[in-house]
Design a protein around this ligand. Structure first.
Ligand code: ADP
Ligand code: MG
Length: 696
């Protein structure tokens, strides 16, 4: 019988109790769901180790040898059994904490030891190993790859461990061998040389050898990625059909600003403006992501595009994640637009705009006299009503929830064009998945004449040297950022670190003025301190990550980051981007503890080695995995991956996306009879995971 229609309760070795737990813990309802639980690792039971070969990284291993000595220590519940195991040349230790009385050991007997070694000083030990006399070892036990399945605490409590899962799946083997309907058409399987679903399921659970296991997994990964791409791209194709405001003209304001610029645009800036302009004259609504490293000139691109819209008679807005940034955009834009006189009317609306000052803004938006509104979340308030909003720029998308984005869209009947700007470079694989439904433009070139920032990693012991360096920079007329981690802005300890650091700097630099900003200050105080630093009145700014994005003080040449080990790579890169904005050589100093982990060491090395945000993002993905990536936390990854891994399966993702595109190009709505298989599977997936239906 079709596995999809067999209730898991009635499968062998299951029963009501286990079925309940399988359902609630893993979402397994049918026999098909069960065989769709893939092993997370395999242990090669055909391989035997020597104790001398072990290293710290080893997972499970098996070794043949004898137990030469054993004794117990402690009494009652605290009793432990400790044994010495010898493989003929070296020794290791075996330890049991529980069930000591059931462990039967004998001398002069060859055992097969199976377990996970860990090292204490120079001796490896195995806690609760499996120890089987060689006379009882069957050939099956040491044959091929043994799959391991994820289990939860609740599952373990009723003995539903990895072995039990394996047992249940083994019982389904005959039905599986009879074949399951495939979810991918024969033409694609052939084109991409993929296993059938039946073969893949057989080999993922009971692999013949490493190659067939890998091929099975590749097929299942492809399938997973393919359906995500099919879903995203179908959404995109649908949205491409949305009508959008027509903005064909390149008008007088755009030209006036372009002529007034004191520099040439970089080729990348020109290309991106062209891409956006193509969207604006297409008649369809634009949804575009603009990626560009800090300092690549995104703000100017955004402004020029706003002017394209304004010249066509539309209003525009730029939404920033913080008040400081909104203010700064406002000042920057006003400065750029000064040569244009009255031709462009810009307004600023943030949480601290007084009710009295709001009235003219609300009026200006309603009667269309305000062309560009800059602001924070305040832009999303109901009172903000537009005459004809046509173009929206969202800066640093990851600071905004998707829900807010949607709210903004639905205010007009016809959605405005949307440009999302981010300085957090996102690795391609992640962009294709998280932002797969957006068009992507990339500014991959910095304005000419910038000196690359030098990054140096110091440990705390060298503080005196660091301070001497800071003093020299200040004496040369430069300014300095000192950043402390304040991961959660309400953590008292962190705040204290910041204040201690501030005091320490005041003592070390009595001749200079120092500002301090952090998230718990009132907005007005924060702005005042930022202002003092920006105007050059203070030489050092001590801050938390509130300065992470967008702050622009070209005279600042040093970014010193305390406890750099507590920041993610992308965050470090963002912070570093605050310097190197003027003509002077700039520096980023990463301070860490004297003792750091291998992981921290790797991250510091990457920061020192490269200024390329994409390389850093890629390294971040490799080190931390996709779940923790900045830029995905707030916006959320709508898809859980069960087998594919965005850090390592980039090639498969490209193929899967291409396969999905090929299908949709010919049949955007999947109406063709031959594409029924895909439509049907998408429906099934949507039923299982409702969020598949409403990715914005
Ligand atoms: P981003 O927002 O991408 O971090 P900004 O737009 O803040 O970058 O630009 C950084 C600085 O470079 C600003 O002072 C801006 O005026 C300047 N700038 C932008 N484009 C160019 C260019 N093509 N040539 C020279 N300077 C530029
Ligand atoms: Mg910017």
């Amino acid at each position: 019988m079709d596995l999809a229609y067999r209730d898991i309760t009635y499968c062998k070795s299951v029963g009501a109790k286990r079925a309940d737990i399988l359902r609630s813990e893993l979402g397994v309802r049918t026999a098909l769901d069960m065989v769709r639980q893939y092993p997370y690792k395999y242990i090669d039971r055909s391989r035997f180790y020597r104790i001398a070969e072990l290293d710290d990284e080893d997972t499970y291993v098996q070794i043949i040898g004898e137990v030469t000595e054993w004794h117990t220590v402690g009494i009652g519940k605290a009793q432990r059994l400790i044994a010495t195991f010898n493989d003929g040349t070296h020794q290791c230790e075996l330890v049991w904490f529980r069930g000591v009385q059931y462990v039967k050991l004998a001398k002069g007997v060859q055992y097969l030891l199976f377990g996970k070694p860990s090292r204490f000083q120079h001796l490896y030990n195995f806690v609760h190993p499996e120890l089987t006399p060689m006379s009882k070892v069957t050939p099956e036990m040491t044959q091929g790859l043994e799959p391991y399945y994820n289990t939860t605490d609740r599952m373990k409590r009723i003995n539903l461990n990895s072995k039990a899962i394996r047992g249940i799946i083994a019982e389904l083997l005959p039905d599986l061998k009879a074949g399951v309907p495939d979810t991918i058409g024969a033409d694609i399987l052939q084109r991409y040389r993929l296993m059938s679903l039946t073969d893949a399921l057989l080999n993922v659970h009971f692999p013949h050898d490493t190659l067939s296991m890998q091929n099975a997994r590749a097929r299942l990964k492809f399938e997973e990625l393919f359906y995500i791409q099919l879903q995203i791209l179908r959404q995109m194709k649908r949205r491409e059909q949305n009508p959008g405001f027509l903005m064909p003209t390149v008008g007088s304001r755009f030209h006036a600003l372009y002529r007034a610029l004191p520099f040439d645009l970089t080729n990348a800036q020109k290309r991106v403006i062209r891409e956006i302009h193509d969207d604006l004259k297409s008649g369809h609504q634009m949804n575009r992501l603009l990626q560009g490293d800090v300092g690549s000139g995104k703000t100017l691109v955004a402004l020029l595009c706003c002017l394209l819209a304004v010249d066509n008679g539309y209003q525009t807005c730029i939404m920033a994640p913080t008040e400081i940034l909104a203010n700064q955009h406002y000042e920057t834009l006003k400065a750029f637009l000064a040569p244009l006189g009255d031709a462009v009317h810009v307004a600023l609306l943030t949480g601290s705009t007084t009710p009295k000052n709001r009235v003219p803004i609300h009026n200006g938006l309603m009667n269309g006299t305000i062309h560009i509104l800059i602001g924070t979340h305040a832009l999303l308030e109901d009172k903000v009503q537009w005459n004809n909003l046509g173009f929206v720029v969202i800066d640093e998308q990851h600071r905004f929830g998707v829900a807010q984005r949607a709210k903004l869209w639905t205010k007009n009947r016809l959605s405005p064009h949307i440009l999302v700007m981010t300085a957090t470079p996102i690795p391609r694989t992640l962009a294709m998945t998280v932002y797969g439904d957006l068009q992507v433009s990339v500014i991959d070139e910095l304005p000419p004449g910038r000196k690359p920032i030098q990054t140096i990693h110091y440990n705390l012991q060298r503080r005196a040297q660091v301070y001497a360096f800071l003093r020299k920079q200040i004496q040369a007329g430069r300014q300095i950022y000192v950043v402390y981690p304040l991961i959660k802005e309400n953590e008292k300890m962190d705040l204290q670190d910041l204040e201690n650091g501030f005091n320490e700097l005041c003592e070390a630099f009595p001749e200079y003025k120092i500002s301090m900003v952090h998230g718990q200050m009132r907005a007005a105080d924060k702005d005042l301190q930022m202002q003092r630093f920006a105007s050059g009145e203070t030489q050092i700014l001590v801050a938390t990550t509130v300065i992470e994005v967008g702050v622009n003080v070209p005279n600042a040449t040093v970014m010193m980051i305390q406890n750099a080990e507590r920041f993610g790579l992308s965050q470090l890169h963002q912070l570093r981007g605050r310097v190197g904005r003027g003509g002077e050589q700039s520096y980023c100093l990463l301070l860490t503890d004297n003792e750091i982990s291998t992981d921290t060491r790797k991250r510091m090395d990457i920061m020192v080695a490269t200024n390329d945000g994409f390389r850093i993002a890629e390294a971040d993905l490799q080190l931390r995995g996709p779940g923790d990536m900045q830029g995905t936390q707030q916006s959320g990854t709508p898809f859980d991956l069960h087998i594919a891994n965005l850090a390592t399966d980039g090639k498969l993702l490209n193929l899967a996306r291409q396969a999905a595109l090929d299908i949709l190009e010919a049949d955007p709505l999947l109406e063709d009879e031959r594409n029924r298989i895909y439509k049907r599977q998408l429906d099934i997936l949507r039923q299982e995971k409702p969020m598949w239906g409403d990715i914005s």
